[in-house]
Design a protein around this ligand. Structure first.
Ligand code: PGA
Length: 239
């Protein structure tokens, strides 16, 4: 299974950032990142410009609507994301779930993504109080059951404990390992399971070595190409 290093830029960047895949490619050419898929998810405004010059980096969106078209001001459909040349879309990020996005909405978005040939990255993860109450595994199982599209195997799951996102706090390696084993039992063999939440060059190697961690979803540390390259190098092989 190829490792997926996915950058979630969130609401950062401007039009000059469309050159960042080229910058990334000059720091870490494809020959030095064998076995790794690198993905950048910029703000939707930059998708089309970025897919025009990818240097072997995959491009994805951070969200999509579940319908193909209609009176939905400000939304973009999975079909539009695909038409812009992207290959992936993040759905159900906790920052969007906080804004009211339900499991059912996430499931509908992921199904729409699959219908249009995109790979959805379905985000799940517990809050700090849920972890402290010993409910983390049950919460994640329930989120997965309700937000994975039925019968679709071309999906990616990202486990992102909410309390680890943007905080510098990371679960123990044992906790990451047991949650990823738990998720593996639910999603089956072929699905890549990413870990997300305060992944940085300094902890990437240890996290990415954990069984059933098939990649990372990275926010803050993905904005600088140097840092994204260092994280990629933690798993990359040179040819
Ligand atoms: P972070 O964000 O790496 O800044 O913690 C991860 C994410 O939200 O996907």
């Amino acid at each position: 299974m190829r490792t997926l290093i996915a950058a979630n830029w969130k609401m950062h960047g401007n039009s000059s950032w469309v050159d960042k895949p080229a910058e990334f490619g000059s720091i870490l050419p494809q020959s030095k990142r064998e076995g790794v898929d690198v993905l950048i998810c910029p703000p939707a405004l930059f998708l089309a410009a970025m897919t025009a010059n990818t240097q072997g980096v995959f491009i994805g969106a951070q969200n999509c609507h579940h319908e193909d078209k209609g009176a939905h001001t400000g939304e973009i459909s999975a079909e539009m994301v695909k038409d812009a040349g992207a290959d992936y879309v993040i759905v159900g990020h906790s920052e969007r779930r906080e804004g009211g996005e339900t499991n059912r909405a996430v499931q509908a978005k992921a199904a729409s993504a699959c219908r249009h040939g995109l790979t959805p990255i379905i985000c799940v993860g517990e809050s700090l109080s849920q972890r402290e109450a010993g409910e983390a595994e049950a919460v994640v199982a329930a989120q997965l059951a309700a937000s994975m599209p039925e019968g679709e195997t071309s999906i990616v799951v990202a486990y992102e404990p909410i309390w680890a996102i943007g905080t510098g706090k990371v679960p123990t390696i044992e906790d990451i390992g047991s949650m990823h084993n738990h998720i593996r039992k639910i999603v089956g063999k072929g699905v890549r399971i990413l870990y997300g939440g305060s992944v940085k060059p300094g902890n990437a190697r240890e996290i990415l070595a954990v069984e059933n961690v098939n990649g990372a979803l990275i926010g803050g540390a993905s904005l600088e190409m140097d840092s994204l390259a260092k994280i990629t190098q933690a798993v990359a092989v040179s040819s």
